[in-house]
Design a protein around this ligand. Structure first.
Ligand SMILES: Cc1cc2nc3c(=O)[nH]c(=O)nc-3n(C[C@H](O)[C@H](O)[C@H](O)COP(=O)(O)O)c2cc1C
Length: 211
């Protein structure tokens, strides 16, 4: 049985996907569930994900992704969007959800709500969007890691025009912006980059122990 590390060594940023191979529904569900379980600051989850299989839409998006073939060729294209502004209503909705989920009253969460509200309301719109984008990157990590564990290939991608994606997908009207894209599927046998050795700093350079 392969270990967690074996699976991380197996994965790579896939350049060429097999257009014929599709991810089974149960495996896709596992990957999305792992993404859903991402931890975020205060647990606020300031993001939203589109899972795109529509071929015509993907062709249109590819034209704004520097022509990168993964956008059209992978089994599924996940578009990871960030909420641009977090308002009082988002915070209240989250607090209501927490109260219902944990079977407590909203009143018992007042201190937590105020602390979170103070942090968020002090941010400029730019800082808020950046803060939320950071949470979206954590979700990318969870998705990539889960994909590797299920031997589903992936490619994290920032190489696309967010303004064009936002326009095509009507994201701005929904207070969202496309932050990352992640094609998921199965590598093509022709993808020579599958055999590239991983380039990573050595352990002793990367980690410093302060005992
Ligand atoms: C945030 C982020 C953005 C990236 N954008 C692209 C991209 O647009 N196109 C692409 O082919 N690879 C992209 N990559 C893949 C990286 O080049 C790749 O992960 C890195 O070189 C390490 O190689 P490995 O993932 O194969 O181990 C991106 C990776 C990350 C984490």
């Amino acid at each position: 049985m392969s270990t967690y590390t074996d699976n991380l060594l197996w994965r790579y940023a896939t350049k060429e996907f097999d257009t014929e191979k599709k991810i089974p529904d149960d495996i896709l569900h596992e990957l999305l569930e792992a993404t859903r379980l991402t931890p975020t600051s205060y647990g606020i989850q300031p993001y939203h994900f589109l899972v795109v299989t529509n071929a015509k839409l993907r062709e249109e998006l590819k034209a704004h992704s520097w022509g990168q073939g993964q956008v059209t060729d992978a089994s599924h294209l996940v578009i990871m969007c960030t909420k641009k502004i977090l308002g009082e209503e988002d915070i209240d909705a989250y607090i209501r959800d927490m109260a219902t989920t944990r079977g407590v009253t909203v009143d018992t969460l007042k201190n937590f709500r105020d602390m979170m509200g103070n942090t968020v309301s002090r941010m400029t719109p730019e800082d808020m969007e950046l803060w939320s984008k950071k949470q979206t990157y954590i979700a990318l990590g969870f998705l990539l890691s889960a994909a590797a564990q299920h031997h589903v290939d992936s490619c994290p991608m920032e190489g696309f025009s967010a303004p064009e994606f936002d326009r095509i997908l009507g994201l701005a009207e929904k207070n969202l912006t496309a932050t990352l894209i992640c094609p998921l599927g199965y590598r093509s046998a022709n993808d020579t980059s599958a055999s590239y050795k991983k380039v990573r700093f050595p352990m002793e350079e990367l980690f410093e122990f302060k005992a």
